[in-house]
Design a protein around this ligand. Structure first.
Ligand SMILES: Nc1ncnc2c1ncn2[C@@H]1O[C@H](COP(=O)(O)OP(=O)(O)OP(=O)(O)O)[C@@H](O)[C@H]1O
Ligand SMILES: Nc1ncnc2c1ncn2[C@@H]1O[C@H](COP(=O)(O)OP(=O)(O)OP(=O)(O)O)[C@@H](O)[C@H]1O
Ligand SMILES: [Mg+2]
Ligand SMILES: [Mg+2]
Lengths: 465, 465
């Protein structure tokens, strides 16, 4: 007879940790560092704090040539965390503060737990967290994860005084790692983060004690991301029913205005008329068939305004240009930001840049830089939608780009929900709406590139006479 | 202040359902059908039952040209399920009977719940399950999922008499679907399943009432998959500690023999000597440092036998040939099964076939058929390791294959744990050990193809004289 059992989400992600980017000691140290840095950046940006982030990776063992165990420490000056949530934030899978409709890097409530878990199963170490929200107290926890039960084990808990009213978080633990193999990618990640987050100070101390400092290039920060209401187009039966269960609205007209973004008096009336439901109807008194009717009507009604992208934080032309210049010192570049678009009710903005010449080495294939919500994506390029657009959908010959033309393409997508294909957050699914935006943005910059290349070609031929 | 919350795994996979292959109505109906069929095939094979599976998709609404809501019904003659587990098996995410070291198609305890969930959020329908293990009773449940709490809601529960002692399971529910768009892939899936599961009867009735019958070509079945013990190489601190917590062994020597596969008296002694732990030591009395010592020693000890592949069920040369012939009627083919290999302690076997000519159309790119544990993988080809090996690592010119040479490649991987990159089970991660096996198998068949092609080329030149 078959044995049935349930599995906790921590046990599930422990057994399937490669799905989260923790495949081997080289990939794992990269994922560990990025998950910690992204948490620190979110914690600063959400509160309008200019980020100062210190990352140290030091060898814990002494094998030659390569140690196997490292200690990772990441410190930030971000919001810090209240004492009571710290154990769960670091020891319970599917727990966090980013389950909202808001542009953040974090989204799954899983990242730091995967890093802590990997460290624990490879070194049996404990993780140490120090945090304060800037009050007179700072909280220190020494934790382990009960992976089977998905709950933190508080090994030690101390309260310190915080006279300096410091705010921020320090995370430290040991982990098995192949640092030597991962090093190039880690430095690349820091360098590219510095490009798209130019207002952050990043300091990295590697196992040899070498300092890598990326000083902030500006003190201008995007405004903190705000939470927004869902758009009608993202609504299915489950979401709708949860809204009804939680609503304080007494009429459907008020319900539509209160629970959805950009639905005002007129649109609410017209939509309810379209769906055959009285604007005075009490949402809690809707019959099952009426709910089905409404959810179907939402899909078919074309009078809703497009999703509000005011809550999104694109890089902007200037920042993208500065970044490309810094990275590649190109002879020519062109950048373009598409108007906001949406998929399944989630707004997103695509920004693309193309660069020619300068430091771009002629390699096989087009150099592709991918970013999502200001995170550099450095793995699984061939599975990413931007790769597909760049290498399979763009007709580069049409834009005077030949196989040996040295060009680089930059793609940044910001959204309330990046359509990552896996919980490892390394590549983006080919959602047709996103594909459409990336392709059209790329054609726009390619047009400018074509003009430049023909002019250049023309001038070179003139020279030869 | 930030709001922290925990999320149930069902709510997590509801919000992130594209990660599981439920992106849109066309992909979702495909995923629904495959998840149900794979459950039925597992339920038959685990018990040595020749599978008879009936799948019906019928339109529930009448829009023209394309209905939006369909009813899906899958019936099998498999093991059936005991009454008490049915609500959780269909209504609780991360619940199932395949969390074992055994070759099955299912692995996550998630598939059918995703299908049920998608149906529920798009149609507010209830799912109906009928099942019996061949006893005098059969059990009928009408269920919904409480997605926030991750538990089933039993709407109705009836017990019927089962005079015929039927055993099997019927699953039925409504779901939003774009059947027209998904149809070609669904039929492809059935056709390719029939190739690698030639002992199954598959009957599919589509929304137009058309019958597609794939009759079994043989009554020879692979022996039912057996559960095996873990291999030392897959052991980390967590796994080791769980073994200690559950062990009834009183000595470390007995512990090593009882908890790991292929560890006998001699290997147990030699390993414990290597790791500096007494064979008489009581496992429950191990100190923390001793556990760390043992887990590290396991990594470094090279005296373990390779993982036992006796529990694996490869297709075999004959079946692979028959399948390729049936699908492509090629002018030439060559197949090859590699010896068992392993990654992270999990044994796996790679089988590859290459075919030339016949019905193979000259298209751009090599026609690639991928299978894992006898499941056809039809999506996300470009992200799969076999695609990478076929199109980026193989030097086909060296084997006389030119861009216009009509060839097709088949890859089947069977393992206790297929290294899927996502919970959608559509593509396989590029684990170096797996890549190595696929590459070498492909080179082997390519060698035979090269001989054939040069002979053919030679004969054609002779003719011209
Ligand atoms: N450095 C930090 N400063 C402040 N809060 C933090 C920090 N690191 C983690 N947190 C809190 O802990 C929570 C859990 O972090 P975790 O990385 O597991 O999930 P996430 O960032 O919400 O999503 P994701 O899985 O996509 O990373 C976060 O939501 C955040 O509230
Ligand atoms: N047709 C069936 N006959 C017998 N048992 C079934 C059938 N369908 C589902 N089950 C049982 O329900 C459990 C849950 O199925 P589900 O598809 O969610 O998970 P799984 O098959 O174990 O893994 P995966 O998520 O990879 O499909 C299975 O493990 C199996 O025990
Ligand atoms: Mg995070
Ligand atoms: Mg299944």
């Amino acid at each position: 007879a078959e044995e049935f059992k349930e599995m906790s989400p921590s046990d599930f992600f422990y057994r399937n940790r490669d799905i989260a980017g923790f495949t081997n000691p080289s990939r794992a140290i990269y994922s560990t560092i990025r998950e910690l840095i992204e948490n620190s950046l979110d914690a600063c940006e959400i509160n309008g704090i200019l980020p100062d982030i210190y990352i140290r990776v030091s060898a814990e063992t002494e094998e030659t040539p390569d140690p196997t165990i490292y200690r990772v420490r990441v410190e930030d000056n971000g919001s810090g965390m209240p004492s009571e949530v710290i154990p769960s934030a670091f020891g319970q899978v599917l727990f966090g503060s980013k389950y909202k409709l808001r542009q953040t890097r974090g989204t799954f409530g899983l990242g730091v737990k995967m890093a802590v878990l990997y460290g624990q199963i490879t070194t049996h170490g404990q993780s140490r967290i120090l945090s304060s929200t800037g009050t007179s107290k700072m909280y220190e926890y020494t934790l382990m994860m009960d992976i089977q039960k998905n709950r933190p084990i508080v090994v030690k808990h101390k309260v310190h005084s915080n006279k300096a009213k410091w705010h921020g978080t320090v995370v430290e633990f040991t982990t098995e790692a192949d640092y030597t193999r991962a090093m190039a990618k880690i430095l690349d990640y820091l360098k590219q983060t510095a490009i798209v987050v130019p207002y952050a100070n990043l300091t990295f101390v590697d196992p040899r004690g070498r300092f890598y400092k990326f000083d902030r290039a500006t003190t201008l920060m995007p405004k903190p991301p705000t939470e927004t209401l869902p758009h009608p187009h993202g609504t299915d039966m489950e979401t709708f029913k949860r809204m009804i269960d939680s609503t304080s609205s007494r009429t459907m007209k008020d319900f539509m205005k209160r629970h959805f973004q950009r639905v005002g008096e007129a649109i609410a009336r017209r939509f309810l008329e379209f769906s055959g439901i009285s604007p005075k109807k009490n949402p809690r008194k809707l019959a099952q068939e009426e709910i089905v009717k409404l959810v179907n009507a939402i899909k078919n009604y074309d009078g809703f305004l497009s999703p509000d992208a005011g809550c999104l934080s694109p890089l902007g032309d200037e920042l993208l240009r500065t970044g490309i210049k810094k990275e590649l010192a190109p002879e020519f570049m062109s950048v373009y930001q598409r108007k906001p678009a949406a998929y399944s009710g989630f707004p997103f903005i695509v920004e693309v840049g193309v660069a020619y010449g300068g430091d771009i080495l002629k390699t096989d294939g087009i150099l592709l830089y991918r970013f999502a919500n200001r995170i550099p994506l450095l793995f699984d390029e061939a599975s990413d939608i931007s790769y597909k657009v760049t290498n399979e959908m763009m007709n580069w010959r049409h834009y005077k780009v030949l196989p040996d033309t040295p060009i680089a393409v930059f793609v940044h997508i910001c959204s309330l929900k990046i359509p990552y294909k896996t919980v490892g957050k390394e590549f983006i699914a080919d959602r047709p709406e996103v594909e459409h935006e990336v392709l059209n943005a790329m054609r726009e910059v390619a047009r400018h590139l074509a003009l430049f290349l023909s002019k250049k070609h023309h001038m070179e031929r003139e020279k030869k006479r």
